[in-house]
Ligand binder design. Structure first.
Ligand code: HEM
Length: 320
C-alpha cells in the first residue's frame, strides 16, 4: 500500500518540505566570524553614534525590529520601499508616519557593503541594532543568533492584521502574540520595550479622554498637547514618563499607578491575568531584564529565512 504522503499533490509536498526547512533552520552566534569579522563592531559603533545624537533613536531601532519580526518573520521585509509595481509594509497603518531608524540601517549597510560586500543581511543588521540599542540605553544583553537572510517580498496586509494597535485590550494582545507562538510572559516582557521611546497624540488621545482607569493628574498633564477635538496628532509623549530614555522596569511601576500612556499598555494591568507579572516586573528589574532578553531571542527566531531561502540584499530598501 502506498504511503499516505505519496498521495499528496506535488505542490503540497514541496510546501511541506519548504516549511520543514525553514522551521529547522539554525541560526548561530558566530555566523560572520570569518566572513565579516568587523560586522558586529561596525553595527555597534554606528548605533552608538546614532543614539548619542538622538537618544530616542535607540527606541526607534527596537521598534523597527519588532515590526519586522511580527510580519512574515525577521526577514527585513519592513525595510523595502514601495515602488510603482510593489507595495511594501512602510505604508501600513501601524508603520506609516511612525517607524523611524531606516537611515541608521542604511548607514550600517553602506559600511558593511564596503567592508564585506554581499555578506551581512539586513535582517541580521536589524537584530543586532535592536540589541545594541537596548544595551546602550542601560538594558539587558542577550546572545543575538545570526544567519537570517532577507525576504524578496513584503506584506502590507499582514502588517495591518498582525501588528497590535494602541487601543487593543488584553485579549487582543494575548491573541496577537499567541499567533506568533509567544506566551503571555513573552508578551508582557516584550511590552516592557515601552520603557523607552515616544508615542504620538493620535495614539494616546482615546486613553487620556475616554479611559477611566487612568491617573487623573497624569491624564490632565497630557491634554494640553493633545486636544480632544483633533489636531496636533503628531505631538509626542514618553511611553515611560519617569525615564523615557533609560531601559529599566519603571514602565511597569507606571502601570501600577495607572500611568500607562496607551490603552494597550494599561491593559496589562487592569484586573486581568497579567496583573501579577506586571507587579513582579515592577519590583524586580533583574527578572524583567532576563525575561525580556529571553523573549527577544524567541522574537528573533520568528520565520527566519536561511540556507537557500531569501537573499542578502545589497541595499536594504530594495530586492536585488
Ligand atoms: C504589545 C503590543 C504593542 C502595541 C499595541 C504597541 C504600540 C505602539 C505604539 C502605538 C507606539 C507609538 C507609535 C507612534 O505614536 O508613532 C509604540 C512605540 C514603541 N513601541 Fe510598541 N507596541 C507594542 C509592543 C511593542 C514591543 C513588543 C516592542 C519591542 C520589544 C515595542 C517597542 C516600542 C518602542 C521602543 C516604541 C517607541 C518608538 C520610538 O520612540 O520611535 N512595542 N508602540
Amino acid at each position: 500500500m502506498a504511503r499516505a504522503s505519496t498521495r499528496l499533490p506535488p505542490f503540497l509536498l514541496l510546501l511541506a518540505a519548504t516549511c520543514a526547512a525553514v522551521a529547522n533552520a539554525q541560526l548561530s552566534e558566530n555566523y560572520y566570524g570569518s566572513s565579516c569579522p568587523a560586522a558586529l563592531l561596525t553595527i555597534r559603533t554606528t548605533v552608538a553614534t546614532a543614539v548619542l545624537l538622538d537618544r530616542r533613536m535607540g527606541a526607534s531601532l527596537l521598534r523597527l525590529y519588532f515590526h519586522d519580526c511580527f510580519v512574515q518573520g525577521c526577514d527585513a521585509s519592513v525595510l523595502l520601499d514601495d515602488t510603482p509595481s510593489f507595495t511594501g509594509e512602510k505604508g501600513a497603518g501601524p508603520n506609516a508616519g511612525s517607524l523611524r531608524g531606516f537611515e541608521v540601517i542604511d548607514r550600517i549597510k553602506l559600511l558593511l557593503e564596503l567592508i564585506c560586500p554581499g555578506t551581512v543581511s539586513c535582517a541580521d543588521i536589524l537584530a543586532v541594532a535592536a540589541h545594541d540599542a537596548v544595551v546602550h540605553l542601560g538594558g539587558p544583553s542577550w546572545t543575538v543568533l545570526l544567519g537570517r537572510r532577507d525576504a524578496t517580498t513584503a506584506s502590507a496586509s499582514l502588517a495591518n492584521s498582525d501588528l497590535p494597535g494602541p487601543n487593543s485590550n488584553l485579549n487582543d494582545l494575548l491573541a496577537a502574540f499567541s499567533k506568533k507562538g509567544l506566551s503571555s510572559t513573552d508578551m508582557v516582557a516584550l511590552s516592557g520595550g515601552h520603557t523607552i521611546g515616544r508615542a504620538q497624540c493620535q495614539n494616546y488621545r482615546n486613553r487620556i479622554y475616554a479611559d477611566t482607569d487612568i491617573d487623573g493628574t497624569f491624564a490632565a498633564s497630557l491634554r494640553g498637547d493633545c486636544p480632544q477635538g483633533g489636531g496636533n496628532d503628531g505631538n509626542l509623549a514618553p511611553l515611560d514618563a519617569s525615564s523615557p530614555d533609560y531601559f529599566d522596569n519603571s514602565y511597569f511601576s507606571g502601570l501600577l499607578s495607572h500611568r500607562g500612556l496607551l490603552h494597550s499598555d494599561q491593559a496589562l494591568y487592569d484586573g486581568g491575568s497579567t496583573d501579577g507579572l506586571v507587579r513582579s516586573y515592577a519590583s524586580n528589574n533583574d527578572q524583567f531584564g532576563s525575561d525580556f532578553a529571553a523573549a527577544m531571542v524567541k522574537l528573533g527566531n520568528l520565520g527566519v529565512l536561511t540556507g537557500a531561502y531569501g537573499e542578502i540584499r545589497v541595499n536594504c530598501r530594495a530586492v536585488n
